[in-house]
Design a protein around this ligand. Structure first.
Ligand code: RIB
Ligand code: CA
Length: 316
């Protein structure tokens, strides 16, 4: 099977870290050109460091990490340490990674990779604020040619918000960047809270990951259990929602999700609803439907895939 060529842009972050362990284990299916990091859950310096720590836990130090934008396009940074811990990696023991990020900036990596790529050959997976992605598109609109799609974790329609009543964190953290990406004309595959809230880290699912027993699986368990212990994530037996692995699960098993085509605009002015995603399913000439909005997710399939992928990699 041809491997999907991807760039992963993220803000590790506990669920970003689980996503990286998942993607790193999917060696046979994913050709990860690089991991780019952005300020979001924690500072840009910490998200870059954390990506280096997690790639080592995944035994994937072959994948380069590139540090990116340190603050949103226009807004002041809004971090989410209350969901990810001071380090950004929950309770994971933190030791300085053997190898740090590359000298090249994340936006340079994204632009140079996509300009050199065959048409429609690269998927950009983004699981943090879209600052790097929007900056790359603004600097070099021609990169759209090399993109197959942009698969993001972000937004909310039927589920309401998780950082405010109206907005999901990634979009709220940089609404101007999000508006630029949704309005770029690129195909955007959006995994908002409407879908990710259907993917819960129940105790039984966490136990199945634990049974894999590898260093990567046990790190994933520690991260999942950190999230499950947070009161904000609801009762432990229900399990915390697992957001960022969803785009990776979709790449590996698209049928685990259902989508509706739509047009998305982002609130970039109101303080009350800043970062709200206005998801419009009704087609109209002035509203190009360039977004596929995930309306449902099969939580058993996503966790089954995560567990099987980690187990297969552990058995290599
Ligand atoms: O709303 C969930 C998103 O915000 C996830 O990407 C999580 O890592 C945080 O960044
Ligand atoms: Ca994230």
């Amino acid at each position: 099977m041809d491997r999907r060529r991807i760039i992963i842009d993220c803000d590790p972050g506990v669920d970003d870290a689980v996503m990286l362990l998942f993607a790193g284990a999917a060696r046979d299916a994913l050709d990860i050109v690089g991991i780019t990091t952005v300020a979001g859950n924690v500072s840009a310096a910490l998200t870059a460091r954390n990506a280096c720590i997690v790639r080592a836990l995944a035994a994937r130090e072959d994948i380069p990490v590139y540090a990116g934008c340190t603050q949103p396009l226009q807004r002041t940074p809004v971090e989410a340490g209350h969901f990810h811990g001071e380090s950004g990696l929950g309770d994971l023991p933190i030791t300085a990674p053997r190898h740090g990020p590359e000298a090249r900036h994340a936006v340079d990596l994204i632009v140079e990779t996509l300009l050199a790529a065959a048409p429609g050959s690269v998927t950009l997976v983004a699981t943090g604020p879209l600052t790097n992605v929007a900056t790359a598109l603004a600097r070099e609109p021609a990169i759209r040619r090399g993109l197959r799609e942009i698969a993001i974790m972000g937004g909310a329609r039927s589920e309401g918000g998780n950082i405010t009543a109206s907005a999901e964190y990634n979009i709220h953290a940089d609404p101007d960047a999000a508006q630029a990406v949704f309005g770029s004309g690129c195909t955007v595959v959006a995994f908002g809270l409407d879908a990710t809230h259907q993917v819960r880290a129940t105790p039984a699912r966490v136990d199945a990951v634990r049974a894999v027993g590898s260093r990567a699986a046990l790190a994933a368990v520690e991260l999942l259990e950190f999230s499950n212990a947070l009161p904000a994530n609801g009762p432990r037996e229900q399990g915390a929602p697992l957001h960022d692995p969803c785009p990776i699960a979709w790449l590996l098993r698209p049928e685990a999700f259902k989508f509706r085509p739509c047009h998305v605009d982002v609130e970039t002015r109101s303080t009350l609803t800043l970062g709200h995603t206005a998801v419009e399913f009704r087609a109209a000439p002035q509203r190009p439907q360039n977004v596929l909005w995930a309306v449902s997710a099969d939580g058993d399939a996503v966790f089954g895939l995560l567990t099987a992928t980690l187990a297969r990699d552990a058995a290599r």
